[in-house]
Ligand binder design. Structure first.
Ligand code: FAD
Length: 387
Protein backbone atom coordinates (compact mmCIF):
# COMPACT_ATOMS: atom_id res chain seq x y z
CA UNK A 1 0.00 0.00 0.00
CA UNK A 2 1.23 3.47 -0.84
CA UNK A 3 3.38 4.88 2.00
CA UNK A 4 5.97 6.82 0.07
CA UNK A 5 7.58 8.65 3.00
CA UNK A 6 7.55 5.73 5.42
CA UNK A 7 4.86 6.88 7.87
CA UNK A 8 4.41 3.26 8.92
CA UNK A 9 7.66 3.46 10.90
CA UNK A 10 6.12 5.99 13.32
CA UNK A 11 3.08 3.86 14.15
CA UNK A 12 2.93 2.02 17.44
CA UNK A 13 1.79 -1.57 17.80
CA UNK A 14 -1.82 -0.71 18.64
CA UNK A 15 -2.09 1.63 15.66
CA UNK A 16 -0.80 -1.05 13.29
CA UNK A 17 -3.12 -3.62 14.80
CA UNK A 18 -6.21 -1.41 14.38
CA UNK A 19 -5.25 -0.52 10.82
CA UNK A 20 -4.65 -4.17 9.92
CA UNK A 21 -7.92 -5.28 11.52
CA UNK A 22 -9.83 -2.68 9.52
CA UNK A 23 -7.99 -3.58 6.32
CA UNK A 24 -8.78 -7.24 6.77
CA UNK A 25 -12.42 -6.44 7.56
CA UNK A 26 -12.68 -4.44 4.34
CA UNK A 27 -10.96 -7.13 2.25
CA UNK A 28 -13.18 -9.90 3.61
CA UNK A 29 -16.51 -8.20 4.24
CA UNK A 30 -16.75 -5.05 2.15
CA UNK A 31 -14.75 -5.48 -1.06
CA UNK A 32 -16.48 -8.65 -2.37
CA UNK A 33 -20.04 -7.21 -2.47
CA UNK A 34 -19.73 -3.44 -2.34
CA UNK A 35 -20.04 -3.02 -6.11
CA UNK A 36 -23.35 -4.88 -6.04
CA UNK A 37 -24.58 -2.86 -3.06
CA UNK A 38 -23.64 0.33 -4.86
CA UNK A 39 -25.45 -0.80 -8.01
CA UNK A 40 -28.57 -1.82 -6.05
CA UNK A 41 -28.53 1.20 -3.76
CA UNK A 42 -28.39 -0.95 -0.64
CA UNK A 43 -26.38 -0.68 2.56
CA UNK A 44 -24.84 -3.90 3.96
CA UNK A 45 -26.71 -3.69 7.29
CA UNK A 46 -25.25 -6.98 8.50
CA UNK A 47 -21.92 -5.18 8.92
CA UNK A 48 -23.29 -2.79 11.57
CA UNK A 49 -22.91 -5.14 14.54
CA UNK A 50 -19.77 -6.70 13.08
CA UNK A 51 -18.13 -3.27 13.07
CA UNK A 52 -19.33 -2.83 16.64
CA UNK A 53 -17.76 -6.12 17.68
CA UNK A 54 -14.48 -4.98 16.14
CA UNK A 55 -14.63 -1.71 18.10
CA UNK A 56 -14.95 0.59 15.08
CA UNK A 57 -17.34 3.10 16.69
CA UNK A 58 -15.63 5.99 18.52
CA UNK A 59 -12.64 3.97 19.78
CA UNK A 60 -10.84 7.30 20.37
CA UNK A 61 -13.24 8.08 23.24
CA UNK A 62 -12.69 6.57 26.66
CA UNK A 63 -14.81 5.38 29.58
CA UNK A 64 -18.11 3.46 29.29
CA UNK A 65 -16.21 0.52 27.79
CA UNK A 66 -14.51 2.63 25.09
CA UNK A 67 -10.76 2.07 24.71
CA UNK A 68 -9.50 5.62 24.09
CA UNK A 69 -7.10 4.70 21.27
CA UNK A 70 -4.84 7.35 19.72
CA UNK A 71 -6.15 9.86 17.19
CA UNK A 72 -3.75 8.33 14.66
CA UNK A 73 -5.29 4.90 15.22
CA UNK A 74 -8.77 6.38 14.80
CA UNK A 75 -7.67 8.15 11.61
CA UNK A 76 -6.14 4.98 10.18
CA UNK A 77 -9.39 3.16 10.90
CA UNK A 78 -11.37 5.78 8.93
CA UNK A 79 -8.80 5.55 6.13
CA UNK A 80 -9.15 1.79 5.79
CA UNK A 81 -12.97 1.84 5.96
CA UNK A 82 -13.20 4.45 3.22
CA UNK A 83 -10.75 2.50 1.07
CA UNK A 84 -13.65 0.02 1.10
CA UNK A 85 -16.41 2.57 0.51
CA UNK A 86 -17.38 6.03 1.74
CA UNK A 87 -20.74 4.57 2.82
CA UNK A 88 -19.06 2.21 5.27
CA UNK A 89 -16.88 4.99 6.68
CA UNK A 90 -19.94 7.26 6.90
CA UNK A 91 -21.72 4.66 9.04
CA UNK A 92 -18.80 4.58 11.48
CA UNK A 93 -18.32 8.38 11.37
CA UNK A 94 -21.95 9.16 12.12
CA UNK A 95 -22.25 6.55 14.85
CA UNK A 96 -18.95 7.54 16.50
CA UNK A 97 -18.30 11.21 15.85
CA UNK A 98 -21.83 12.56 15.44
CA UNK A 99 -23.84 10.46 17.90
CA UNK A 100 -21.50 8.95 20.52
CA UNK A 101 -19.25 12.02 20.71
CA UNK A 102 -22.02 14.51 21.65
CA UNK A 103 -23.42 12.08 24.23
CA UNK A 104 -19.92 11.55 25.61
CA UNK A 105 -19.06 15.27 25.60
CA UNK A 106 -22.39 16.86 26.52
CA UNK A 107 -24.61 14.09 27.88
CA UNK A 108 -25.76 13.44 31.44
CA UNK A 109 -24.34 10.47 33.32
CA UNK A 110 -27.63 8.67 32.79
CA UNK A 111 -27.57 9.32 29.02
CA UNK A 112 -23.98 8.10 28.73
CA UNK A 113 -24.70 4.89 30.58
CA UNK A 114 -27.90 4.26 28.69
CA UNK A 115 -26.64 4.91 25.16
CA UNK A 116 -22.86 4.60 24.79
CA UNK A 117 -22.39 0.84 25.32
CA UNK A 118 -25.22 -0.07 22.92
CA UNK A 119 -24.05 2.40 20.29
CA UNK A 120 -20.48 1.08 20.63
CA UNK A 121 -21.63 -2.48 20.00
CA UNK A 122 -23.87 -1.51 17.08
CA UNK A 123 -26.94 -2.92 18.88
CA UNK A 124 -28.29 0.60 18.62
CA UNK A 125 -27.89 2.74 15.51
CA UNK A 126 -27.80 6.52 15.74
CA UNK A 127 -28.13 9.43 13.33
CA UNK A 128 -27.41 13.16 13.46
CA UNK A 129 -30.10 15.60 12.43
CA UNK A 130 -28.79 19.06 11.66
CA UNK A 131 -29.48 19.84 7.97
CA UNK A 132 -32.99 21.02 7.04
CA UNK A 133 -34.65 21.36 3.64
CA UNK A 134 -34.12 25.15 3.69
CA UNK A 135 -30.93 25.29 5.78
CA UNK A 136 -27.87 23.35 4.62
CA UNK A 137 -24.68 25.41 4.60
CA UNK A 138 -26.23 27.76 7.16
CA UNK A 139 -27.62 25.40 9.80
CA UNK A 140 -27.92 28.28 12.28
CA UNK A 141 -31.01 29.29 10.33
CA UNK A 142 -32.75 26.09 11.45
CA UNK A 143 -36.51 26.16 11.91
CA UNK A 144 -36.92 23.00 14.01
CA UNK A 145 -38.37 24.02 17.35
CA UNK A 146 -38.54 22.51 20.82
CA UNK A 147 -41.17 24.02 23.12
CA UNK A 148 -41.24 23.18 26.81
CA UNK A 149 -44.51 21.77 28.12
CA UNK A 150 -44.37 20.77 31.78
CA UNK A 151 -41.65 18.15 32.18
CA UNK A 152 -41.48 17.52 28.44
CA UNK A 153 -40.33 19.16 25.23
CA UNK A 154 -42.46 19.14 22.09
CA UNK A 155 -40.41 19.02 18.89
CA UNK A 156 -41.59 20.10 15.44
CA UNK A 157 -39.73 20.48 12.18
CA UNK A 158 -37.96 18.50 9.53
CA UNK A 159 -34.42 17.41 8.86
CA UNK A 160 -33.17 16.07 5.57
CA UNK A 161 -30.15 14.31 4.05
CA UNK A 162 -29.66 12.42 7.29
CA UNK A 163 -27.26 9.48 7.03
CA UNK A 164 -28.78 6.34 8.60
CA UNK A 165 -32.07 7.95 9.66
CA UNK A 166 -34.23 5.14 8.14
CA UNK A 167 -32.32 2.49 10.13
CA UNK A 168 -31.65 4.53 13.27
CA UNK A 169 -33.03 3.81 16.74
CA UNK A 170 -32.09 7.20 18.08
CA UNK A 171 -31.52 10.59 16.48
CA UNK A 172 -29.46 13.46 17.87
CA UNK A 173 -31.75 16.30 16.77
CA UNK A 174 -30.60 19.90 16.92
CA UNK A 175 -33.48 22.32 17.53
CA UNK A 176 -34.12 25.83 18.84
CA UNK A 177 -35.38 25.80 22.41
CA UNK A 178 -38.12 28.43 22.14
CA UNK A 179 -38.85 28.36 25.85
CA UNK A 180 -35.42 29.83 26.68
CA UNK A 181 -34.33 33.41 26.11
CA UNK A 182 -32.95 33.95 22.54
CA UNK A 183 -34.01 30.38 21.59
CA UNK A 184 -30.60 28.69 21.77
CA UNK A 185 -29.86 25.58 19.71
CA UNK A 186 -29.91 22.47 21.88
CA UNK A 187 -29.40 18.76 21.26
CA UNK A 188 -32.21 16.26 21.88
CA UNK A 189 -31.97 12.46 21.94
CA UNK A 190 -35.08 11.40 20.07
CA UNK A 191 -36.02 7.73 19.84
CA UNK A 192 -37.27 7.12 16.33
CA UNK A 193 -40.20 4.92 17.38
CA UNK A 194 -41.84 7.87 19.17
CA UNK A 195 -45.22 9.09 17.99
CA UNK A 196 -44.81 11.84 15.41
CA UNK A 197 -41.35 10.76 14.13
CA UNK A 198 -41.00 9.71 10.47
CA UNK A 199 -37.78 8.71 8.75
CA UNK A 200 -38.44 8.43 5.02
CA UNK A 201 -35.62 7.12 2.88
CA UNK A 202 -34.19 9.27 0.10
CA UNK A 203 -33.78 7.21 -3.07
CA UNK A 204 -32.51 8.28 -6.48
CA UNK A 205 -29.01 9.05 -5.21
CA UNK A 206 -26.23 8.75 -7.78
CA UNK A 207 -23.57 9.09 -5.08
CA UNK A 208 -23.06 7.29 -1.75
CA UNK A 209 -25.38 4.58 -3.01
CA UNK A 210 -24.17 2.00 -0.48
CA UNK A 211 -25.34 4.17 2.42
CA UNK A 212 -28.85 4.81 3.76
CA UNK A 213 -29.93 8.44 3.70
CA UNK A 214 -33.26 9.83 4.81
CA UNK A 215 -35.31 12.56 6.40
CA UNK A 216 -36.44 13.05 9.98
CA UNK A 217 -39.97 14.43 10.24
CA UNK A 218 -40.94 15.69 13.69
CA UNK A 219 -44.61 16.38 14.22
CA UNK A 220 -45.29 17.43 17.84
CA UNK A 221 -42.92 14.77 19.17
CA UNK A 222 -42.90 14.64 22.96
CA UNK A 223 -39.63 13.84 24.70
CA UNK A 224 -38.86 14.05 28.43
CA UNK A 225 -36.58 16.79 29.71
CA UNK A 226 -34.02 14.06 30.37
CA UNK A 227 -33.61 13.71 26.56
CA UNK A 228 -31.88 17.11 26.31
CA UNK A 229 -28.08 17.07 26.15
CA UNK A 230 -27.44 19.19 29.25
CA UNK A 231 -23.82 20.14 28.59
CA UNK A 232 -24.07 22.47 25.61
CA UNK A 233 -26.10 25.33 24.19
CA UNK A 234 -25.79 27.14 20.86
CA UNK A 235 -24.20 26.18 17.53
CA UNK A 236 -21.05 25.17 19.39
CA UNK A 237 -22.85 21.85 20.07
CA UNK A 238 -23.34 20.64 16.49
CA UNK A 239 -20.22 22.38 15.19
CA UNK A 240 -17.95 20.61 17.67
CA UNK A 241 -19.39 17.26 16.53
CA UNK A 242 -18.73 18.23 12.92
CA UNK A 243 -15.09 18.98 13.76
CA UNK A 244 -14.74 15.42 15.07
CA UNK A 245 -16.36 13.89 12.00
CA UNK A 246 -14.45 16.11 9.57
CA UNK A 247 -11.21 15.03 11.19
CA UNK A 248 -12.10 11.42 10.31
CA UNK A 249 -13.12 12.44 6.80
CA UNK A 250 -9.70 13.95 6.13
CA UNK A 251 -8.30 10.45 6.71
CA UNK A 252 -11.12 8.63 4.97
CA UNK A 253 -10.64 10.55 1.73
CA UNK A 254 -7.01 9.38 1.66
CA UNK A 255 -8.24 5.78 1.86
CA UNK A 256 -10.54 6.26 -1.14
CA UNK A 257 -7.75 7.96 -3.13
CA UNK A 258 -5.26 5.28 -2.17
CA UNK A 259 -7.60 2.54 -3.33
CA UNK A 260 -7.99 4.38 -6.65
CA UNK A 261 -4.21 4.67 -6.97
CA UNK A 262 -3.59 0.99 -6.19
CA UNK A 263 -6.31 -0.05 -8.63
CA UNK A 264 -4.94 2.18 -11.40
CA UNK A 265 -1.34 1.07 -10.83
CA UNK A 266 -2.30 -2.64 -10.91
CA UNK A 267 -4.43 -2.13 -13.98
CA UNK A 268 -1.75 -0.16 -15.82
CA UNK A 269 0.81 -2.84 -15.03
CA UNK A 270 -1.40 -5.64 -16.40
CA UNK A 271 -3.12 -3.97 -19.30
CA UNK A 272 -1.22 -4.04 -22.58
CA UNK A 273 -1.73 -1.78 -25.57
CA UNK A 274 0.66 -1.33 -28.49
CA UNK A 275 2.32 -4.58 -27.20
CA UNK A 276 3.39 -2.98 -23.91
CA UNK A 277 1.89 -2.49 -20.45
CA UNK A 278 0.23 0.93 -20.42
CA UNK A 279 2.25 1.62 -17.22
CA UNK A 280 5.32 1.87 -19.45
CA UNK A 281 3.97 4.95 -21.23
CA UNK A 282 5.10 8.33 -19.92
CA UNK A 283 1.60 9.81 -19.85
CA UNK A 284 0.34 7.04 -17.55
CA UNK A 285 3.44 7.27 -15.36
CA UNK A 286 2.88 11.01 -15.03
CA UNK A 287 -0.63 10.37 -13.76
CA UNK A 288 0.58 7.82 -11.20
CA UNK A 289 3.37 10.16 -10.06
CA UNK A 290 0.90 13.00 -9.55
CA UNK A 291 -1.54 10.72 -7.72
CA UNK A 292 1.11 9.32 -5.38
CA UNK A 293 2.43 12.81 -4.62
CA UNK A 294 -1.02 14.21 -3.87
CA UNK A 295 -1.92 11.25 -1.65
CA UNK A 296 1.37 11.52 0.23
CA UNK A 297 0.84 15.25 0.85
CA UNK A 298 -2.65 14.54 2.20
CA UNK A 299 -1.28 11.77 4.44
CA UNK A 300 1.24 14.19 5.94
CA UNK A 301 -1.48 16.73 6.65
CA UNK A 302 -3.72 14.20 8.43
CA UNK A 303 -0.84 12.75 10.44
CA UNK A 304 0.04 16.28 11.60
CA UNK A 305 -3.61 16.89 12.54
CA UNK A 306 -3.53 13.70 14.63
CA UNK A 307 -0.54 15.00 16.61
CA UNK A 308 -2.24 18.36 17.20
CA UNK A 309 -5.49 16.67 18.22
CA UNK A 310 -3.68 14.32 20.57
CA UNK A 311 -2.19 17.22 22.51
CA UNK A 312 -5.41 19.27 22.45
CA UNK A 313 -4.08 21.96 20.09
CA UNK A 314 -6.14 21.20 16.98
CA UNK A 315 -8.18 24.17 15.75
CA UNK A 316 -11.38 23.63 13.69
CA UNK A 317 -9.90 25.81 10.94
CA UNK A 318 -7.00 23.39 10.57
CA UNK A 319 -9.49 20.57 10.16
CA UNK A 320 -11.24 22.69 7.52
CA UNK A 321 -7.97 23.02 5.61
CA UNK A 322 -7.45 19.25 5.61
CA UNK A 323 -11.08 18.52 4.64
CA UNK A 324 -10.76 21.14 1.88
CA UNK A 325 -7.51 19.68 0.55
CA UNK A 326 -7.89 15.95 1.06
CA UNK A 327 -11.43 15.53 -0.26
CA UNK A 328 -10.79 17.68 -3.29
CA UNK A 329 -7.60 15.67 -3.88
CA UNK A 330 -9.50 12.36 -3.64
CA UNK A 331 -12.21 13.61 -5.99
CA UNK A 332 -9.63 14.68 -8.59
CA UNK A 333 -7.50 11.55 -8.29
CA UNK A 334 -10.50 9.20 -8.47
CA UNK A 335 -11.29 10.75 -11.84
CA UNK A 336 -7.73 10.26 -13.08
CA UNK A 337 -7.76 6.63 -11.90
CA UNK A 338 -11.08 6.06 -13.64
CA UNK A 339 -9.63 7.46 -16.84
CA UNK A 340 -6.60 5.14 -16.62
CA UNK A 341 -8.92 2.12 -16.61
CA UNK A 342 -10.46 3.06 -19.94
CA UNK A 343 -13.90 1.56 -20.59
CA UNK A 344 -13.57 -0.86 -17.69
CA UNK A 345 -13.24 2.18 -15.45
CA UNK A 346 -16.92 3.07 -15.76
CA UNK A 347 -18.13 -0.24 -14.31
CA UNK A 348 -18.69 -1.40 -10.74
CA UNK A 349 -16.11 -4.16 -11.37
CA UNK A 350 -13.47 -1.60 -10.39
CA UNK A 351 -13.59 0.89 -7.54
CA UNK A 352 -12.56 4.29 -8.99
CA UNK A 353 -15.90 5.34 -10.53
CA UNK A 354 -17.71 4.32 -7.31
CA UNK A 355 -15.23 6.33 -5.22
CA UNK A 356 -15.55 9.22 -7.66
CA UNK A 357 -19.33 9.22 -7.32
CA UNK A 358 -19.04 8.99 -3.52
CA UNK A 359 -16.61 11.89 -3.41
CA UNK A 360 -19.34 14.17 -4.77
CA UNK A 361 -21.15 13.65 -1.47
CA UNK A 362 -18.02 13.85 0.66
CA UNK A 363 -17.14 17.12 -1.11
CA UNK A 364 -20.59 18.46 -0.17
CA UNK A 365 -21.40 17.12 3.30
CA UNK A 366 -19.81 18.14 6.58
CA UNK A 367 -19.39 21.65 5.16
CA UNK A 368 -19.10 22.04 1.40
CA UNK A 369 -15.72 22.71 -0.21
CA UNK A 370 -16.83 26.36 -0.66
CA UNK A 371 -17.76 26.72 2.99
CA UNK A 372 -14.37 25.39 4.13
CA UNK A 373 -12.63 27.85 1.84
CA UNK A 374 -14.67 30.65 3.48
CA UNK A 375 -13.75 29.37 6.95
CA UNK A 376 -10.09 29.50 5.91
CA UNK A 377 -10.62 32.91 4.31
CA UNK A 378 -12.01 34.27 7.56
CA UNK A 379 -9.18 32.75 9.58
CA UNK A 380 -6.56 34.18 7.24
CA UNK A 381 -7.99 37.68 6.83
CA UNK A 382 -10.16 38.34 9.85
CA UNK A 383 -13.12 39.13 7.57
CA UNK A 384 -16.14 36.84 7.50
CA UNK A 385 -17.56 36.33 4.02
CA UNK A 386 -20.58 34.56 5.46
CA UNK A 387 -22.64 37.55 6.51
P1 FAD B 1 -26.59 24.54 0.05
O1 FAD B 1 -26.20 25.04 1.40
O2 FAD B 1 -27.89 24.99 -0.50
O3 FAD B 1 -25.44 24.92 -0.95
C1 FAD B 1 -25.58 24.87 -2.38
C2 FAD B 1 -24.31 25.46 -3.00
O4 FAD B 1 -24.15 26.83 -2.58
C3 FAD B 1 -23.05 24.71 -2.55
O5 FAD B 1 -22.16 24.59 -3.62
C4 FAD B 1 -22.47 25.63 -1.48
O6 FAD B 1 -21.06 25.50 -1.36
C5 FAD B 1 -22.86 27.00 -2.01
N1 FAD B 1 -22.95 28.03 -0.94
C6 FAD B 1 -23.78 28.03 0.15
N2 FAD B 1 -23.54 29.12 0.90
C7 FAD B 1 -22.52 29.78 0.31
C8 FAD B 1 -21.79 31.00 0.63
N3 FAD B 1 -22.05 31.70 1.74
N4 FAD B 1 -20.82 31.38 -0.23
C9 FAD B 1 -20.52 30.67 -1.34
N5 FAD B 1 -21.17 29.54 -1.69
C10 FAD B 1 -22.14 29.10 -0.87
N6 FAD B 1 -26.65 16.50 7.17
C11 FAD B 1 -26.89 16.16 8.48
O7 FAD B 1 -27.29 16.99 9.29
N7 FAD B 1 -26.67 14.86 8.90
C12 FAD B 1 -26.25 13.88 8.07
O8 FAD B 1 -26.07 12.73 8.50
C13 FAD B 1 -26.00 14.21 6.69
N8 FAD B 1 -25.66 13.23 5.79
C14 FAD B 1 -25.63 13.54 4.45
C15 FAD B 1 -25.49 12.50 3.51
C16 FAD B 1 -25.52 12.78 2.15
C17 FAD B 1 -25.46 11.64 1.15
C18 FAD B 1 -25.63 14.12 1.70
C19 FAD B 1 -25.64 14.46 0.24
C20 FAD B 1 -25.75 15.14 2.62
C21 FAD B 1 -25.77 14.87 4.00
N9 FAD B 1 -26.01 15.89 4.94
C22 FAD B 1 -26.22 15.56 6.28
C23 FAD B 1 -26.30 17.24 4.50
C24 FAD B 1 -25.08 18.06 4.09
O9 FAD B 1 -24.34 18.40 5.21
C25 FAD B 1 -25.57 19.26 3.27
O10 FAD B 1 -25.98 18.77 2.01
C26 FAD B 1 -24.51 20.34 3.12
O11 FAD B 1 -24.27 20.99 4.34
C27 FAD B 1 -24.86 21.38 2.06
O12 FAD B 1 -26.15 21.87 2.27
P2 FAD B 1 -27.17 21.93 1.02
O13 FAD B 1 -27.18 20.60 0.37
O14 FAD B 1 -28.44 22.48 1.54
O15 FAD B 1 -26.53 22.93 0.00
Amino acid sequence: MLDYVGLEADLDQEERMIRDTAREFVDENVAPDIGTHFENGTFPEELVTEMGELGFYAPNLDGYGLPGVSETAYGLLMQELEAGDSGIRSMASVQGALVMYPIHAFGSEEQKERWLPDLASGETVGCFGLTEPEHGSNPAGMETRAEKDGGEYVLSGSKTWITNSPIADVAVVWARDTSAEESPVRGFLVETDKDGVSTNKIDEKLSMRASVTGEIGLSNVRVPESAVLPGVEGMKGPLSCLTQARYGITWGAIGAARDCFETARDYATDREQFDKPIASFQLQQGKLAEMATEITTAQLLSHRLADLKERGDLRPQQVSMAKYNNVSMARDQARVAREMLGGNGITTDYSPMRHLANMETVYTYEGTHDIHSLILGQDLTGFSAFN
